[in-house]
Design a protein around this ligand. Sequence first.
Ligand code: JB8
Length: 261
Amino acid sequence: MRIDVITIFPDYFAPLELALLGKARSRGIVDVRVHDLRQWTYDVHRTVDDAPYGGGPGMLMKVEPWWQALTEVTGRGPVPAQDRTPETAPGHVIVPTPAGRVFTQAVAEELAAQPWLVFCCGRYEGIDARVAEAWADQELSIGDYVLSGGELAAMVLIDCIVRQLPGVLGDAESATQDSFVNGLLDCPHYTRPEAYEGQKVPPVLLSGNHADISRWRLKQALGRTWQRRPDLLEKRVLSDDERRLLEEFKQEMSKQELSGA
Ligand code: JB8
């Protein structure tokens, strides 16, 4: 996969060299190129911002540097959304913004199938709307909160998308994402020692009974999802077995409350 990033703060992308992402790059699974938007400014002050039409506080990013940058980085002109084909598409252009469609694991899976992504990172109050209108395939939000710019949002998107690419995760790491992919929160996990500061590892995990361990894990995943993210349970159909396990979880919880635990 090819990824281009356009930003006025290329240094925000230093962590792309590290850990899983760094390894994906050095293995040639992903080719990431970060571009400084100011390369496409031609005045002495290298201006990228201006005041919004209609008034109001703050500044916006000007359209011209973005247009020039996208033309050069993608090697093409803008293509109206209805005319895009795999031949004409100038990469898949993504603009992070709190006003975008909300990014989820399902969106990450869709984007991981694209051969070429281009991220446009805004600052100030955002980018002149004509940039997204002419160039963006999607505007994406990473959640209902506001960052100071699109760079950290782009890093989140890139991390999540790249770890989906074949060959990036080993078997052990692949297994860890099954939990979210199956629509439930992950169960709690423990490693040695068996007891620490009076806190014990749940005995079933030491039993060696793999059927019991699987049932316990599924029960914990269902129970946690019910407690912390009931919205996820509403979206997911439970099997009869899962329904029974969740009922057991609720009963065990109310027993613990009665006993004062
Ligand atoms: C200026 O919160 B965000 C986000 C915030 C932003 C910009 C882009 C994204 C640009 N502020 O995801």
